[in-house]
Design a binder for this molecule. Structure first.
Ligand code: DX5
Ligand code: ZN
Length: 214
């Protein structure tokens, strides 16, 4: 049974707190915060102030998916705002190893993220020690895109690597997840499903419970 991490990118700001409370009451396991800077991806979303407000609305872990040009410069701001886990793209132009060390020594957790056109083998060396390997199943930037089936190959490779090396890194899949694609991701080895438009485009409780049973 997968864990479910609703992405609040599809919530309405006017009803954000209610949608968060409803998700938590419906057994969401954590929240996924899509941070975009208009440079690394062609879209702008939240800054630390919104994360601070979300922190006051829930006790669940908050994972910050940092789609920003320099995650090494900004993760601390989101940490101070209350985020617990920092998901950093392999494609980011920064020193990944140093950034991971800094996050770890601050007492927080990190994950490594790969885009659909990056092969899992590129990040193998970062997986031991990472709390999460996040496999993108869309090109980052927008919610509501279609699941890229080819990404399942990265999920299978990650599952094989983690099992063979007896690691406890969790495999998370993000982008275009619904009842059908989520099932394929879980069959390929996913531990955590991220979903925005599927969960918040319908009955929150029903959709979270469908994903949790895949
Ligand atoms: C894409 C984001 C995803 C996305 C999920 O850049 O990282 O978290 O918003 O949205 P859905 O579930 O609608 O594909
Ligand atoms: Zn995301």
């Amino acid at each position: 049974m997968p864990l479910v991490s609703p992405s609040i990118i599809s919530c309405k700001l006017e009803t954000l707190r209610e949608q968060i409370n409803q998700s938590e009451a419906s057994s969401a396991d954590m929240f996924h915060l899509d941070v975009m800077d208009g440079h690394f991806v062609p879209n702008l979303t939240m800054g630390p102030d919104l994360v601070r407000a979300i922190r006051m609305s829930t006790k669940l872990p908050l994972e910050a998916h940092l789609m920003v040009e320099r995650p090494d410069k900004y993760w601390r701001k989101f940490s101070e705002a209350g985020a617990d886990i920092f998901l950093i793209h392999y494609e980011s132009p920064c020193n990944l190893q140093n950034t991971f060390k800094e996050i770890e020594s601050s007492g927080k957790r990190y994950g490594i993220v790969i885009n659909p056109d990056t092969d899992f083998s590129a990040v193998e060396r970062y997986v031991p020690g990472a709390y999460i390997i996040l496999i993108m199943s869309v090109y980052p930037g927008f919610s509501g895109q279609s699941f890229i089936e080819m990404s399942l190959e990265n999920v299978r490779k990650a599952r094989e690597f983690i099992d063979r090396n007896k690691l406890d890194t969790k495999i998370e899949v993000d982008g275009g997840i619904n009842n059908i694609t989520g099932k394929k991701a879980v069959a390929a080895g996913a531990d955590i499903l991220v979903s925005a438009s599927y969960i918040y485009g319908g009955d929150i409780a029903e959709r979270i419970s469908i994903l949790k049973k895949l």
